[in-house]
Design a protein. Structure first.
Length: 437
């Protein structure tokens, strides 16, 4: 079986090393040896260490490599939307199987890839696109196809999980924790895709598509990052017996008119310490799946890194090569449900609101009245004198309010009205709370 490898960075080089080191075992598992037909790179002269491949296999002509009749399987580990989309569409339409780790492309235009795979009768596998080495996508699209999945909640970005874990462990602020993550190599020089939630949102779209048999794109995912999370928020979460995580949440439910639909969102949230995801620290990933018959399922492991991601890529390579030798194709995309994606305002969640207020009679009643007008029920209220918790200038006391579950739009409208109350000096923090009801 002849492979075209597109990209030779951190993941691509690990794929090549593993192909060499495990060649005998891979051939035995597949039933035929694997050979590299070519490796497409941007620059031929770059030092790539001691990769066990002949120099003449490297090329800058990715298009020519993909179109070569000498290629059975295309492995794409370049990333980005273009030119990767064109390469993979051409490969699939030509009947070549594709293995990709490109979460951004799958979330942006997975439909084009799936349609091209159907046209060409080819396999499209992408286990490495979400949660690195964790076997997650194949269980969702194959093992659990006899069940009904109601909710998927996950920590799918290692950089943000490392940052939030460091803030929780040391009391550091966001900037300090990000600096540490950068020094240790967990964060890129430009961490925007991670800390602003773009990476997690792409993965959430892929997970929702598989779990709910519905095409969900990155534009359908409500996204918030962790840059506004403060040391004070982390301390407040600890006081509640919670920790803060950047969560991707995909849930089945009904929309305002009662029709079945799905909600897909990424944002920081407080979760109780007893929740299965609360103990996931450092740069690890974990995904918690709730199915009707199977019940709760937990997937945990390294979510990034060259070796971990290459492991998932090679698992897909074995699968598609076996299929080609057997003359069969994997199950095609399952998008029969075609459910609508609910707007964020209809998502059911809870809020943790910290208010800097004047310490005088009637303040609590006025604040409670705002919640009541928006039909938001209050679960707990805690009041502390100024100085015992972080508060804005001029505040006499701090009110910490946790709500019961309500539509996000009602909760957001409540917070907006609170900003206009004379007794409220400022809103110190607003965070969602998940997993407590």
């Amino acid at each position: 079986m002849r492979l075209a490898i597109l990209g030779c960075g951190t993941v691509g080089s690990e794929v090549i090393r593993l192909l060499h080191e495990q060649s005998a075992d891979l051939a035995a598992r597949i039933g035929a040896p694997l050979e590299i037909a070519g490796i497409a790179v941007r620059r031929l002269g770059r030092d790539r260490g001691d990769l066990p491949v002949a120099p003449e296999l490297f090329t800058t002509d990715a298009v020519g490599l993909v179109k070569s009749e000498d290629v059975d399987v295309v492995v794409e580990v370049v990333g980005g939307i273009e030119p990767a989309r064109g390469w993979l569409v051409d490969a699939l339409r030509a009947g070549k199987s594709v293995v990709t780790a490109n979460k951004a492309l799958l979330a942006e235009d997975g439909a084009a890839l799936h349609d091209a795979a159907a046209d060409g009768g080819a396999d499209l596998y992408y286990e490495a696109a979400v949660a690195g080495a964790i076997p997650l996508l194949r269980p969702l699209r194959e093992s659990l196809h006899g069940d009904r999945i109601n909710r998927v909640t996950g920590i799918v970005n290692g950089t943000t999980n490392f940052i939030l874990s460091a803030m929780d462990a040391t009391g550091a602020g966001f900037a300090e924790a990000l600096e540490e993550a950068t020094e240790l190599g967990y964060a890129e020089a430009d961490p925007t895709a991670d800390v602003e939630g773009f990476d997690a949102a792409a993965k959430a779209a892929i997970l929702a598509s598989l779990a709910f048999h519905t095409r969900v794109g990155a534009a359908d995912v409500h996204r918030e990052g962790i840059t506004e999370v403060t040391a004070a928020d982390v301390a407040s979460a600890k006081a509640m017996g919670c920790t803060i995580k950047l969560l991707c949440i995909a849930a089945r439910g009904t929309d305002a008119s009662g029709r079945e639909s799905v909600s897909v969102r990424v944002h920081p949230a407080m979760i109780p310490l007893g929740h299965p995801l609360a103990s996931v620290g450092d740069a690890y990933n974990a995904v918690f799946v709730e199915a009707e018959a199977a019940g709760p399922l937990m997937f945990y492991g390294r979510g990034a890194g060259g070796a971990a991601t290459a492991s998932a890529v090679l698992g897909d390579v074995v699968a598609v090569c076996r299929n080609r030798l057997a003359g069969v194709r994997a199950p095609s995309e399952s998008a029969y449900a075609d459910l609508a994606v609910r707007p964020m305002g209809e998502a059911l969640t809870r809020y943790h609101v910290s208010l800097d207020v004047a310490d005088k009679p009637g303040v609590l009643a006025a604040v409670a009245g705002v919640f009541a007008r928006h039909d938001v029920s209050i679960a707990t209220v805690r009041q502390a004198p100024a100085g015992t918790e972080p508060a804005g200038r001029g505040a006499d006391a701090v009110l910490v309010i946790v709500t019961h579950t309500a539509p996000d739009a009602a909760l957001a409208a409540t917070v907006e009205e609170l900003r206009g109350l004379d007794a409220v000096r400022s809103i110190a923090s607003v965070l969602r709370v998940e997993g407590g009801e």
